[in-house]
Write a protein that binds this ligand. Sequence first.
Ligand code: 1CP
Length: 343
Amino acid sequence: MTQRRFIRACRRETVDRIPVWLMRQAGRYMREYRELKERAGGFWGLCNQPEAVAEATLFAQKWLGTDAAIIFSDITLPAWAMGLPLEFNPGPRFPTPVRSANDARALANFDPNQKLGFVMEGIRKTRAGLPNDVSLIGFVGAPLTLASYMIEGTPGRTWNELKKLAYGDPDTLHLVLARVAEAVSAHAVAQVQAGCDALQLFDTTAGELAAAELHTFAFAYARRVIEAVKKTGVPVIYFARNVSAHLEAAADLGADVLGVDWGISMTAARKRVGERVALMGNLDPSALFCSPDVVGQRTTAILEEMRGAPGFVFNLGHGILPETPPENARHLVRTVQAWKPSS
Ligand code: 1CP
């Protein structure tokens, strides 16, 4: 298993070529995904039917030809498993958001193998259908990011409810985050036990907080989950948005791989964090709306920046956007795979 190119890169071992996958690679930009969702009876049906989970995951990996697949699911499912009603329209909505200490205490403990057993079954089916040299990535939302959705109810542009707690009622936010950290740690470990080869934490909203609170509420709780998953032995990827001012601290959370957005160049990121972690990134997903030539040029520029450096995984700097032309995504993957360093 450790011979897989993607896993080797995560561990900063030498590779025959740079591995590539795309965040949100199975999603709305693909006609086949939209048809599958329709057949499954909507997004929930797609998430909770293991056959459909495997089909969505495997189709995207095979069509793109990536070195890794990411299991089809959503970061919000553990909140539902904690007893918080959840709807998708098309993004996640919590009609009864978590706003008080009592709301936090009402969040139930759960056994991921029972309550989210369909995810684990989906992982087993997917792993069985993947070629041996392709890795399967499991994922969770980092505690701050999942809590942001649970607190806001509807994903906000300003995250006012989250920030009211972070700055005005930190004890309540700590209570929520402690519960969520426990839940996502258990969910992450269960995914590894079901067959995932690596585990990614998505900390999409981390960069929304002011500097001090970023450390207290985002990084400190992400670290708890990373430590729990590290015990399983698989590589852990930490991806946060808009945290390039704090990259050194993000690299010190214990993850094997740090995901980097396009707010910083890969060269600058490598200089800042040194050799302590592998890096993953960082093409702006909007670049995929340009011509194939531009996609190829921008992809190659990143590859040239990282040439010869061990511990690099090519990815976008955030998830692929719903209107992306699928052919451009595939062109990106092929460009990475065909690339040879120019002398
Ligand atoms: O291939 C894959 O990556 C698909 C699996 C996947 C992942 C990794 C999905 C399916 N969601 C996620 C992670 C996720 N979900 C994140 C973290 C990554 C990121 O920032 O991109 C977040 C914040 C969510 C929450 C979420 N779920 C959103 C964003 C809401 C917002 O605007 O803030 C949305 C739209 C969803 C629903 C969802 N999840 C996944 C898909 C394909 C969709 C679209 C639903 C549809 O088909 O209508």
